[in-house]
Each structure stands twice: as C-alpha cells, then as structure tokens.
Design a protein around this ligand. Structure first.
Ligand code: M6R
Length: 607
C-alpha cells in the first residue's frame, strides 16, 4: 500500500507534508514525492528510494506553497524509480494514488489515441490525465472528478491538486482508506489518522465511494451517487508519540518489548479477573448455535488463525476451516448456513481478506473480525468486532499484533465452549487463570533477549533455515520462518515436526540450522524424536524449550534458548517471543533494514 497526505493550509506545507509521509513510511518506501500549488504552477519534487532522498531533493530545490499533496509509494505497476513516483501530473492537475486502477490499459490506450503523452509506467497516471482532460475542456474540478470516478475500475484512494484552483484539493476513496482532518483554518487528507496525528485529532472517515472537496473552511463530502452527505467528525486519539521509536533501535524491537503490556491490555478487555471468567462483549448473535467456523487471513494473521483452530476444536468441539484469503476468494468455498466467518488482520485493510469478508457477508455468514485498527474497513463491516489492543504497529514484520490476536482468539474459543455448555465453570476458571499468566510469562521470555542476541551470529551465515514444531507450535514454526525470511532475507521454512521425514529431511546437512520449538508437555517426546532424526543426519539444532526440556534434550545442540515453563495453552504466545527476537537479531547481524525490509509494505491493499 502507499501513503497519501494533502494539506490546504494557511502557511507553507512542504515540510509538514514530508513529516506526514514520515509517519506513513511504513506503508511504502520505495519512492516518494510532493506537489504544491504556488504562483499559478504545480511545483513537483520526486525521488527514488527512502524519504530521506526526497528531503534532500527538497533541501536543494524547495517547493513553496500553502496547498499540496504528497505520497510514499509501494510499487505495483512500474519499477520504483523517480519517473514512476507520485504525484503524477499534467500542466493542470497533480494526483497521488493508493490502490490499483484495473482498467488502466484501456484508459491509457484511449488517452494515447487522443494524442496524450504519458511518461510513467504506472496505472495511476491515467487518472491525472483523465481529470486534466476535463479541466482543460472547461470543467470545474468537482465536475471533472464527478465525470472521471465512474470510469475507474479497481481500488483507489486519491488526492488531487489543481493548478488553477489553488484553494482546494479533491480526495476520493473506493477500496482504499482515506480520512479528512479538520484543523484551525486548515483541512487535510490522509491515508490514516496516524498520518495526520501531528496536525489534528479531528477526523472524518470517508465511506466507500465517497469523494470530498477540501478547502481551508472545511470539507464537502459526496457519496457515490453524488449526493452531499455528512460523515461524523471523531477524535482519533492517534498519538504522534506512538510512531516514535523511543529508546529502541528499531520499531520492531520496541513492538516486541511492548508485548507483555499490550497482551495484558487485550486480555483485560475479554477476561474478568475478579472471578476468572470470559467476558466478551454482548453480541446479537447466538454463538452456541455455530456449527462451523471459517477462518480467513493472510501472513502472520493466518498463522494466528491456525493456532486458534486447535483451540476452537479442543474447547468448543467445532470444526474449523482455515484458508489464506487469496486462495479462499477463488475456490468457491462451501459455507455452512448460519456459520461464523472469522477474519483476522492487523491493519483491517488487507485487500484479499477484505474481499473474502465481503464474499462471506454476501453469503449470509456472520462476520467476526479480530483487528488491530478499530477504524479500518474490516472493523466497520464486522458483525462481531473483536479489537486487539496492540496499538499502532509500525515495523513491517508483525509481532505484537500476532500475540494480541492469539489472546483474543483464545478468549473467543473459550467463550464459545462455555456458551455451548462444553466448558464447565471450573474449566473456564482454569483456562482464564492460565491466559492471565501470559503477560508475566512474556516478560520472562524477553529476559532471554541477550542470550538470543549472542547466538544470532550462528544463524546469520545460513542460506536456509528450517523451523519445526508440533500441535499449536507448528504454526509458530511457520511464523518463525516468515519472520526470518522477511527481515533477514534468509530462506526459511516451517514444518510440522512429524512431517520432516516425509521429504524435508533430505535438505538436512551441517549448513542448515534447524530451530526446534518444543515446550515440555504432551507433545515434547514426539518432537524430540523428530529432532534426533535430524541430528542423526548431521543437522545442527537450536532447541527452544523450558529448563526441563533443555535438561532432557539440550545436550549436543548448536544452541539452546530457554523459555519459562508455561501451560500449553499460552505456549504459542510465549514461544512467539524467541522466534521474533531470533529473526530480529539475525537481521541486525546481517545489517538489513529491519523495519522496512526490501519489497514489502506494512499492509497489502492490492490483490
Ligand atoms: O494487516 P494484516 O494482518 O491483514 O496483514 C497480513 C499480512 O500481510 C502480514 O501479516 C504480513 O505477513 C507481515 N508482514 C508478517 O510479518
């Protein structure tokens, strides 16, 4: 996804636009640009690479003006070069875009046939030309946008500046989020409230299909049909400090260390400590009647869903289907009448997950959403909204959102079991008591940070790394592999320990470290047997277990990482810490860009 900001201001905007982009750099960081309207011209500056490059361009060649738009890009169409960086402009119009214009080829052909020259390889530039054509033909900005929006297929958030209308910007949203911020004699557009946190807390969220004319006096919002509409102004509560690293070296590191606090916060809103009971919000929905749960998510959120499948099946005895959103959408899934479809997402904007949600809604499923951004599209379309309280997650590698998702999902599975009459009061109390032990256990796990940092150099030279786990630690193995891949660029795979001998064992040699997740408990002996199979073939093992497990099986390992001894229910939360820290420290040894790894963006709002 990309980040968009626009300001219709009382004073110079360039510096504030770049500051807003800095807050959104996690959304995309392969190129950036701004365009101001000044003295009857569009003043455009763009740069390939990180935002610092744009700041350098602006230091040499400033962009004056009180009105402007800016963009930080995650490339979809066209390489991440200055030429493809936004804003895209004609003599009359400049535009920034987040999303994909699916019919851009036919629109481009039409524009080219009409004699227009497009200079970039992007899908976005066609929109600038289409709007410009209208304006050049005498249309007002409002009429131009009204004319062009219905011609666009796909997903977009747009902010458009006009050379001859220096007191306004126009924004539009369909499929990608856009908010309007209200200041004192200034008005703003932004991809999210966080982008505007330094400028204002007064935010209106545009609805699907809305477009908006923004002036210094405020905003006129129109819906898809062109009718003037009111969207409530809310206090966003987004804190500029939440997007600061504080004393940490990286956002990812800060977010890993926030986990005891944010997991406690999250558990606090789903569990009642006074009597150790599950206390979910009241829903107008009979959860005891659910016969099948369908879980849909992507990436790390998908692995949280895989862990939850064990809990739903164990506690509530309800079958669970789980799928990647990108697969689910296109495989004509069979959905049980009256079923619960559960969507898990940090951002609440992931395009595939959102599309799957809408599909399930159309099929009559009850829509549960476990989401970290409470104002996101998924949150707004939920029947059962189950927020995680992780706070803004900026590092591209998801960490605290994952453990908070697990906290919510464990509470939900227990709640369903209680409602179905499958969990006695005594069992409920025990489950809740174990969940409430999680924050302290996470703290104890974090105490091993130095040990993990000290052994990271053993993994950093590897070309391939395998992760093994059983039961709920199997999704954790895949999550560990994903973390390592995305920030250290080492190839890694997670396997179910017992599956190892059915193929992957052929990969084992001295150069492939094998990270084994094996808390002592019912599955420990089995995992250790699989570990021995690896060792017998010269494999180098890093065993992550508690003191008892390490005593029994730690000898002869390349390294061991000690975890506190915990109940199996909370082991997936606790064992998330060492896999996150290991990936983090390996990436630090390798000197990669931990918070903004290559080719990635924080959330993927395109298919
Ligand atoms: O915002 P979402 O949870 O829907 O995002 C899903 C994935 O894109 C995300 O978890 C991704 O895999 C992370 N970079 C993993 O660290």
């Amino acid at each position: 996804m990309c980040g968009i900001i626009g300001i219709v201001g009382k004073e110079a905007v360039a510096e504030r636009l770049v500051d807003g982009l800095r807050r959104m750099e996690y959304r995309g960081y392969d190129s950036a640009g701004i365009c101001t309207v000044h003295d009857g011209t569009l003043v455009r500056r763009r740069a390939e690479g990180k935002l610092a490059n744009l700041a350098n361009v602006l230091a040499k060649d400033p962009a004056d003006g009180d009105v402007g738009i800016a963009h930080t890009r995650w490339a979809t169409h066209g390489a991440p070069t200055a030429k493809n960086a936004h804003p895209h402009a004609t003599d009359h119009v400049a535009l920034v875009h987040n999303g994909i214009i699916e019919n851009f080829r036919e629109l481009k052909a039409e524009l080219t046939a009409a004699g227009r020259t497009l200079e970039s390889d992007t899908d976005s530039e066609v929109v600038a030309h289409l709007v410009s054509l209208q304006v050049e033909g005498g249309a007002s900005p409002q009429d131009a946008v009204r004319e062009v929006l219905p011609r666009l297929r796909g997903a977009f958030a747009l902010a458009i500046a006009f050379r001859d209308y220096p007191d306004l910007l126009i924004g539009a949203r369909r499929g990608s989020p856009l908010v309007v911020g209200f200041g004192d004699g200034e008005t703003y557009l932004g991809s999210d409230a966080l982008a505007l946190a330094q400028l204002t807390q007064r935010i209106a969220y545009l609805e699907e299909g809305d477009w908006v004319v923004v002036t210094r006096d405020g905003a006129e919002i129109y819906d898809e049909l062109g009718d003037l509409v009111e969207r409530p102004i809310q206090l966003s509560g987004a804190s500029a400090a939440a997007v600061e690293k504080g004393n940490y070296r990286h956002f990812m590191q800060k977010e890993i260390f926030e986990q005891p606090t944010v997991v406690a916060q999250t558990l606090g809103s789903y569990l009642r400590q006074s009597d150790n009971s599950v206390a979910l919000p009241q829903f107008d929905f009979d959860i005891s009647a659910v016969k099948r749960v369908t879980i849909v998510a992507c990436g790390t959120s998908y692995y949280a869903g895989m862990v939850a499948k064990y809990w739903f099946e164990q506690f509530a005895r309800v079958p669970v289907d789980i799928d990647f959103a990108s697969e689910f959408r296109y495989r004509e899934p069979v959905l049980e009448e009256g079923g619960l479809a559960l969507f898990i997402s940090q951002s609440g904007e992931t395009a595939d997950t959102l599309a799957a949600l809408r599909h399930c809604k159309a099929e009559g499923q009850t829509i549960g959403v476990v989401v970290n951004v409470p104002t996101s599209s998924m949150a707004r379309e939920a029947d059962l909204l189950l927020p995680t309280h992780a706070g803004p997650e900026i590092g591209v590698a998801s960490t605290k959102a994952f453990t908070c998702q697990l906290a919510v999902l464990a509470a939900l599975a227990a709640h369903m079991a209680v409602r179905k009459g499958l969990m006695s009061r005594a069992d409920e109390q025990e489950v809740v008591a174990h969940l409430l032990e999680a924050p302290a256990a996470l703290n104890a796990a974090l105490d091993h940070d130095d040990d993990i940092a000290a052994m990271a150099h053993l993994i950093a030279p590897a070309r391939d790394v395998l992760y093994l786990g059983r039961g709920p630690d199997y999704p954790l193995a895949m999550e560990g592999a994903l973390k390592l891949k995305e920030i250290s660029y080492i190839h890694a795979e997670g396997y179910a320990s017992g599956e190892m001998k059915h193929g992957p064992i052929a990969l084992i040699d001295e150069a492939v470290p094998v990270i084994v997740l094996a808390p002592s408990g019912p599955l420990f002996e089995k995992t250790v047997s699989n570990m021995e199979e690896v060792r017998a073939r010269g494999g180098k093992i890093v065993l992550i277990s508690d003191a008892k497990g390490l005593e029994e099986a730690g000898e002869g390992c390349l390294a061991t990482i000690e975890m506190p001894r915990v109940h199996p229910l909370i082991a997936p939360l606790v064992y998330a810490i060492p896999v996150q820290l290991l990936a983090y420290h390996v990436a630090c040894v390798k000197g990669t860009d931990v918070d903004q790894p290559r080719n990635l963006a924080k959330s993927v709002t395109v298919e």
